[in-house]
Design a protein around this ligand. Structure first.
Ligand code: CMP
Length: 406
């Protein structure tokens, strides 16, 4: 694969090739030597630093999502690398499909680790990977009188766990809803599948073996957390979902429901790799989607780890600007599409406690309100404020760790 259109670069030892918070247009594949990868924030379930070697990659999330880096990479030896620009990715995959598979698998795993940490921190809730939980999802929708979702969950529960002690209860529920014990199956013609408005495509915790590429219509991705349904995303034609279960042999991490009539391509493991090879743009699309999701999830986790609500407030505002890919510049102002109360919701401050923080924000000369929307007058100044709070949060974490180790 060496040579050709890709740039070959060699870094000496101790070079910072990518730096967390900085922007990039390329990512790197290591040809030889060792690179240390670190994150500013500790991700529960991940090692604080990783040593990468030949064939490993770094900087992909930032390059493909167009957001600042979420990791720092430092060379430990002399390291020759292949530098790949965003628009060269398709060509790279054509020449080397296994690298695409490696990135997709690793990203899918990483997203699950970060998502788990977020759920634990925000809901003090451990994430279980047990398909028997389909029964509980069924109960949740049954109690909410959403019978189509409930019936699907109980039918799938019975399909996999007909001997479970709760199978009888699932049958009672289905009878009560006038629904058959068995799910009728997906409407299929070759790779093409279709769903009616409101039809469940799959349910959270269901074992899964296919991913879907939406051809027409929209799909809602939801999850039940602490007896609340959380809307994770509404997906559009061209979007891909269901890749996590396919790649990791784990139950579905969320439910997918048709929002209007939907047609999609269903891809299983056997044809996934062939398809990636034949259509590199599919892999590029999937890696771009995963990069965006990882970036968002990482920033959300970082925000949760800032204890001071004022710091969390600034950090969330900066993330909102970066999410829109607005360049941060001195004296550049930015009008958010949210007001102070929505900001408080986003950082988990209850309405009773929010007043003093809203006052603090509006007393800051860098902010004002216009028609209920927050305006930042100098985005570079906001970035400085955020750095201060991030550093402070990192120091607090170090101090807590030292105390725990005493
Ligand atoms: P999978 O776990 O197989 O099934 C649920 C799917 O929802 C998952 O794969 C992803 O494709 C998608 N998904 C999970 N989390 C999110 C999220 N935060 N935003 C958008 N899509 C998601």
């Amino acid at each position: 694969m060496a040579g050709g259109i890709f740039k070959m670069t060699t870094f000496g030892p101790n070079a910072f090739v990518v730096v967390e918070g900085k922007q990039a247009k390329s990512f790197y594949i290591i040809r030889q030597g060792k690179v240390r990868l670190t994150n500013e924030i500790p991700i529960p379930g991940e090692e604080p630093s990783k040593i990468l070697g030949p064939g490993d990659f770094f900087g992909v999330v930032s390059c493909m999502s167009g957001h600042p880096h979420i990791e720092t990479a430092q060379t430990l030896t002399q390291v020759p690398v292949i530098e790949v620009g965003r628009d060269q990715f398709g060509v790279l995959i054509q020449k080397n499909a296994p690298i695409a598979m490696k990135i997709i698998r690793y990203f899918s795993l990483r997203l699950r680790v970060i998502d788990k940490a977020i759920t634990q921190l925000s809901f003090h809730h451990t994430v279980e990977e047990d398909p028997r939980l389909m029964f509980d999802v069924g109960e949740y929708y049954f109690n909410k009188q959403e019978y189509r979702q409930a019936a699907y969950a109980f039918q799938k529960f019975l399909q996999y766990f007909s001997q479970d002690p709760r199978a009888a209860q699932a049958k009672v529920r289905l009878q009560g809803m006038n629904a058959p014990f068995q799910h009728p199956g997906i409407k299929r013609q070759g790779l093409n599948v279709s769903f009616n408005d409101g039809e469940t495509i799959f349910i959270e915790h269901e074992p899964g073996s296919e991913l879907y590429i939406i051809q027409s219509g929209r799909v809602k991705i939801t999850k039940v957390v602490d007896q609340n349904e959380v809307l994770l995303a509404v997906l559009n034609p061209g979007d891909i979902f269901g890749e996590m279960a396919l790649l990791e042999n784990k139950p579905r991490s969320a439910s997918a429901v048709a929002h209007g009539p939907v047609t999609a391509l269903a891809i299983n493991k056997a044809n996934f790799e062939t398809m990636v090879q034949a259509q590199p743009q599919l892999a590029v699309k999937l890696i771009t989607i995963l990069s965006e999701r990882i970036w968002t999830a990482y920033r959300q986790l970082a925000n949760l780890l800032i204890e001071d609500p004022v710091g969390r407030m600034y950090d969330m505002l900066l993330t909102l600007i970066q999410k829109k890919r607005i360049p941060i510049q001195p004296k550049a102002s930015y009008t958010f599409d949210i007001g102070p109360q929505e900001l408080m919701n986003m950082i988990g401050i209850s309405p009773e406690k929010s007043e003093s923080y809203i006052i603090a924000l509006l007393e800051d000369k860098n902010f004002k309100l216009d028609e209920g929307k927050i305006i930042c007058l100098d985005t570079a100044e906001l970035e400085k404020q955020v750095h201060f709070y991030r550093k402070k949060a990192a120091l607090d974490r170090k101090r807590d760790m030292a105390r725990q180790n005493m």
